[in-house]
Design a protein around this ligand. Structure first.
Ligand code: GDP
Length: 337
């Protein structure tokens, strides 16, 4: 905590992303001085953190001791995009992580800093065992996962080689109203909100049978922080321990707006039909298929629970409802959103 002689400073790469924005709020509430790094882009990309600027944090203290925490959340984080931008993904997600670790080391900060790496359940890929825990072998299935695999190991190597306090948070999928619009959950809740308001009739998806362990990003940023507060650096799985299919996410989202979806047909011809009206609400388009995809993920976060008492607070249904409600409000304010 920020007391008179003990100032905590956090640097968040990717502070304008879903997780970065929640983590910034969380750390500001704990009294941290928070710094962020964002990617300069031609489009506006700070909407998730604009509300934090208006509320600048001022620290009044006496003797100052700095404790740096670096949360490396910046990444090209979209699996499908990584097939098209594989080299860029490797630059940012793999070598980018190395560059930050090296910067910490060459600046002589290795013993004064704590480093959090946004590792991912995509490392398990075509899973070797179920549920997946910290000892489950990795089997990556995308350029994204391969890049993150390098990052995972270089974090471990720098921890061993230079005694750095560096942790991999192996986070399973985590969502929220701030999730990027091209991830499947947010795509679904946006489209369901549009359909509910009469702005659209149907939504088009890729693989409907994929199963994911979906949690709420707000719960997950707390786990990031908790990892860095432990005595020893270590790697932790963060997950809900429940898995649901894309179809279930669709059905529950439509239920939030009073529509029941039933499934007909198979493969690319499968459709989701609204039971009461017979209208087709969900179609499949192979353009959303991936050259290789991860069909099933289910995490076991026992280690995090035992070591620092973390468990998720938001349930699957609460997550779906919050996202659908938020997108209905968004579309009401701006039908073109
Ligand atoms: P990921 O687990 O990091 O790849 O998160 P995503 O939300 O991008 O995808 C989760 C799963 O949903 C994957 O197996 C996708 O193939 C599947 N999926 C089905 N339709 C879509 C779609 O239209 N967009 C995305 N992003 N994923 C889809």
């Amino acid at each position: 905590m920020a007391s008179g002689d003990n100032k905590k400073v956090a640097l968040i790469t990717g502070i304008n992303g879903q997780d970065g924005s929640y983590l910034a709020e969380f750390l500001l509430n704990k009294g941290y001085e928070v710094h962020g790094i964002i990617r300069r882009a031609s489009t506006f990309n700070t909407h998730r953190i604009d509300h934090l600027h208006a509320d600048p944090y001022a620290h009044k203290g006496g003797k100052l001791h700095l404790h740096y925490e670096i949360y490396n959340l910046a990444a090209q984080s979209h699996v499908k995009v990584s097939f098209d931008l594989s080299e860029y993904t490797a630059e940012v997600d793999a070598v980018g992580t190395l560059r930050i670790l090296d910067a910490i080391r060459t600046c002589g900060l290795a013993n004064y800093s704590k480093f959090y790496q946004a590792s991912t359940s995509e490392l398990y890929g075509d899973v070797k065992e179920t549920p997946q825990n910290e000892n489950t072998p990795f089997n990556p299935q995308s350029p994204y996962a391969c890049a993150k695999l390098y990052a995972y190991w270089i974090v471990k190597n720098y921890r061993d080689a230079y005694n750095m306090f560096a942790c991999n948070g192996i986070l399973f999928n985590h969502e929220s109203p701030r999730r990027g619009e091209t991830f499947v959950t947010r795509k679904i809740t946006r489209e369901v909100a549009k359909i509910h308001l009469g702005l659209n009739e149907c939504l088009t998806l890729g693989k409907l049978d994929s199963k994911r362990d979906w949690g709420h990003a707000k719960d997950y940023v707390e786990a990031m922080w908790l990892m860095l507060q432990q005595e020893k650096p270590d790697d932790f799985v963060i997950s809900t321990g429940e898995t649901h299919s894309v179809k279930e996410f669709v059905q529950e989202s439509f239920k939030c707006v009073g529509k029941e979806i039933v499934w007909k047909g198979e493969g690319v011809n499968e459709v989701g039909v609204e039971k009461d009206t017979g209208m087709v609400r969900v179609k499949v388009d192979p353009k959303y298929f991936r050259p290789t995809d991860v069909g099933f993920l289910l995490g076991d976060a026992t280690k995090a629970k035992e070591k620092f008492g973390w468990s998720p607070k938001v349930t699957f249904l609460e997550l779906v409802r919050e996202m659908v409600q938020s997108d209905i409000e968004l579309m009401k304010r701006n039908p073109l959103a």
